[in-house]
Write a protein that binds this ligand. Structure first.
Ligand SMILES: [Zn+2]
Length: 338
């Protein structure tokens, strides 16, 4: 018998013996290179055909190719079975759904401010900002607030030192804007405000307002009503109703408070609207001529309206939140749901 045929027999025994013990992809590749590769053992036998008797070549060549085919198919089968086994054998169940992470999102108050800005921006308003720490002049005097007005009281306002305080509303931004710009002025001023309120379901010592101001020639109260109505419908939908009630503010004349119809009970009355069917939003009115004089505008030439809105209250109305403290407690279980 040809020594090459003997070598092929030995190779067959050895290769099949090794193959069944292979478990890793690395071992499989090493095996393939060793026996089936271009420089592998079987190719090695074929290369030596030239050195044997011509009449034996065909037989040995056929045997070598037969072994190569058998080994190749056995190798592929083993490779497949390892692949299908690897999942159940693994400690990790790849079919389990992943554990989802909570994606951060904007605070409901920030979302409301963004939407308020979008609506007024589309109506031609730009955004103005001012400092949280203000002087008494900007927070009260320039806004025509008398010296004995209760809002100036130490019990109601956070004073930092004489004449310096945390702003109690965003109205100082109106004064700062008018001081630095000639009419026409059309701005909204969103921001944080501070009052010495004891926290309860509807009060927090820090809260958010957005102030609006439009000064030009021939601005009227009906322009104000129109803009508030458009705003309410854009934010809450066409069913919302707006009402104005006469009121007094030192910085506007005439002045009004305005309410939105309660979206929770649709005006029938519920706990959220104290059974009135209406939710108070804030105040509005025509800018008092004394305010124009304080900033150097000619009250004979210009008129204007100003309005405020409680961002917290609007946020509570939008998302059906019963207690303002939910917005400030930073309890993620609550905030995630809003
Ligand atoms: Zn209601």
């Amino acid at each position: 018998m040809s020594t090459l045929l003997t070598r092929l027999d030995e190779l067959r025994d050895k290769a099949f013996g090794e193959l069944k013990n292979l478990t890793s992809a690395t071992d499989l590749e090493a095996f393939r290179v060793k026996y089936l590769g271009r420089k592998g053992a079987i190719t090695g036998v074929l290369r030596e055909l030239g050195s044997i008797e011509p009449e034996q070549r065909a037989n040995v060549g056929a045997e070598a190719n037969k072994l190569k085919n058998e080994l190749t198919s056995a190798f592929e089968k083993h490779q497949e079975s390892l692949k299908s086994k690897s999942i159940p054998d693994s400690k990790v169940d790849l079919t389990l759904p992943g554990r989802s992470r909570f994606l951060g999102k904007k605070h409901p108050i920030s979302r409301t401010i963004d939407d308020i800005i979008d609506i007024f921006y589309s109506l031609g308003f730009s955004v103005a900002e001012g400092p949280d720490v203000e002087t008494e002049w900007y927070n009260f005097d320039a806004l025509n607030t008398p010296d004995d007005h209760p809002a100036r009281d130490l019990a109601d306002t956070f004073y930092i030192k004489d004449n310096i305080l945390l702003r109690t509303h965003t109205s100082p931004v109106q004064i700062r804007t008018m001081e630095n710009n000639k009419p026409p002025v059309r701005i909204i001023a969103p921001g944080r405000c501070y009052r010495k309120d004891t926290p309860d379901a509807s009060h927090a010592p820090n809260f958010f307002q957005t102030e609006g101001l439009y000064v030009d020639k021939d601005v009227t109260f009906s322009d104000l009503k129109g803009v508030i109505n458009i705003f309410a419908r854009r934010l809450f939908g066409p069913e919302i109703k707006v009402r104005f009630r006469p009121h007094f503010f030192p910085f506007t004349e005439p002045s009004a408070e305005y309410d939105f119809s309660c979206l929770i009970c649709k005006g029938d009355g519920c706990r959220a609207c104290k059974h009135t069917g209406w939710v108070e939003i804030s105040g509005a009115g025509m800018v008092d001529p004394a305010v124009f004089e304080a900033v150097g505008y000619d009250p004979e030439k210009y008129t204007g309206y100003a309005f405020g809105m409680g961002v917290d209250r609007i946020t509570m109305l939008r998302y059906g939140i019963a207690d303002i403290r939910y917005l400030y407690d930073n309890d993620l279980r609550v905030l995630r749901g809003i």
